[in-house]
Design a binder for this molecule. Structure first.
Ligand code: SF4
Ligand code: SF4
Length: 71
């Protein structure tokens, strides 16, 4: 039987302070859904909509360049 009810969406805003980023690539390597990319220079947020809020990137970013806000 199909159930009808509210559907919950969680959206995460990802901040990345490129002034703080030291280019270690750990966020790129640990994120399971490819939110980050590094081309030239510091990491960039390229697929924020993929974020699962696993917090892996927060744990590996030593300079604290990444912030995630749930909205
Ligand atoms: S983990 Fe932090 S310091 Fe390392 S590349 Fe990502 S944003 Fe930059
Ligand atoms: S919280 Fe997890 S899914 Fe979201 S950007 Fe960080 S590593 Fe990727």
């Amino acid at each position: 039987m199909r159930r009808h009810g509210p559907v919950e969406y969680e959206i995460y805003l990802i901040g990345l302070d490129q002034q703080l980023c030291d280019g270690c690539r750990r966020c790129v390597d640990i994120c399971p859904v490819d939110v980050f990319e590094m081309r030239r220079g510091p990491a960039e947020v390229v697929r924020a909509e993929n974020c699962l809020y696993c917090r892996g990137c927060l744990g590996v970013c030593d300079p604290g360049a990444i912030t995630i806000t749930e909205i």
